[in-house]
Design a protein around this ligand. Structure first.
Ligand code: GRF
Length: 291
């Protein structure tokens, strides 16, 4: 199935902008063949770590701020993954940490379902499992929001990755890890998201809408469901006679690729924030390009 990358927004740059678009049409997803990318036009721009001087236009500029510690750029990042179910995305990220695609390690697994497949996988790979939030029936098992934040800090967690975690993230955690919590959603946000839209319901809604494309979205997490800034998307074609299960399977296949790619980028500090708040990924092969 054809798969193409979409971007968090569409941009128009004037001819005198210090940033220019390289391509403007959709292209297969590889870091070197991105749909829409931007490049600095002068060596001076390339060296500057200050926000770029705004051109005579309202086009948004990329702020040369690197998200993450600048002190030890090669340090392996510590990841906490949150799951509620089978944890196939978690497994792919864990495999990416082992095979060198991700310069990081999963140091904690957090779940609201201590016997789910993701938790079992963590235990069998020596990854500590935390229960959050406290279960009504067994409150002694779980952590409070402040206890959760304390444990994540104690483990030195750099990034929190939600991978099929169905509970709302508490505001304490969002505030403790600004720009450091990601979620994956199995449709192209901002459509088909929000409270109650999860799992197979998402794919049913996509098919019923008549949308011709779906696909995963990875976004930063804020205090609401599925509303944080979009970081990456990958498009999957919806086939005329698709069942929700068939569509879910093809989307999940793309999720696995996209999440590992994006986690690789955050662990290499390749996320940059445009001045209007849109996060972009810096191309690994060509650091002057963003997608
Ligand atoms: C994925 O479809 C993800 O997009 C959604 O929950 C599902 C988790 O699947 N948030 P898995 O547990 O990673 O297999």
């Amino acid at each position: 199935m054809e798969s193409r990358v979409l971007f968090s927004s569409q941009f128009n740059f004037p001819v005198n902008s210090p940033l220019k678009t390289r391509e403007t049409s959709f292209a297969p997803f590889t870091p070197s063949r991105n749909v829409l990318s931007f490049s600095f036009t002068s060596p001076a721009d390339r060296c500057s770590m200050r926000p770029l001087v705004k051109a005579a236009s309202s086009a948004p500029q990329i702020v040369a701020e690197v998200d993450g510690s600048r002190e030890e750029p090669r340090r392996r990042k510590k990841l906490a993954v949150f799951v509620s179910g089978g944890g196939s995305n978690f497994r792919k990220i864990h495999e990416g940490c082992s095979d060198g695609s991700v310069n990081g390690d999963v140091v904690l697994l957090v779940t609201n379902k201590k016997d789910c497949g993701g938790a079992e996988y963590a235990r069998s790979n020596g990854i500590p499992v935390l229960v959050f939030p406290k279960a009504k029936r067994e409150p002694s098992d779980g952590l409070s929001p402040s206890e959760l934040v304390d444990v994540l800090r104690k483990y030195g967690v750099d990034f929190v990755l939600l991978a099929g975690y169905l509970k709302l993230i508490p505001v304490e955690l969002v505030q403790a890890f600004p720009k450091r919590i990601l979620n994956i959603h199995p449709a192209l946000l901002p459509a088909f998201g929000g409270k109650g839209l999860y799992g197979i319901k998402v794919h049913k809604a996509v098919i019923e809408s008549g949308a011709r494309y779906s696909g995963p979205t990875i976004h930063f997490v804020d205090e609401e469901y599925d509303t944080g800034r979009i970081l990456a998307q990958s498009a999957v074609r919806v086939i005329a006679n698709d069942t929700p299960e068939e569509l879910a399977k093809r989307v999940l296949h793309e999720e696995h690729k996209l999440y590992v790619e994006v986690v690789g980028a955050i662990c290499e500090e390749r996320i940059k924030w445009r001045e209007d708040g849109v996060p972009l990924i810096q191309n690994k092969q060509n650091p002057d390009e963003y997608y």
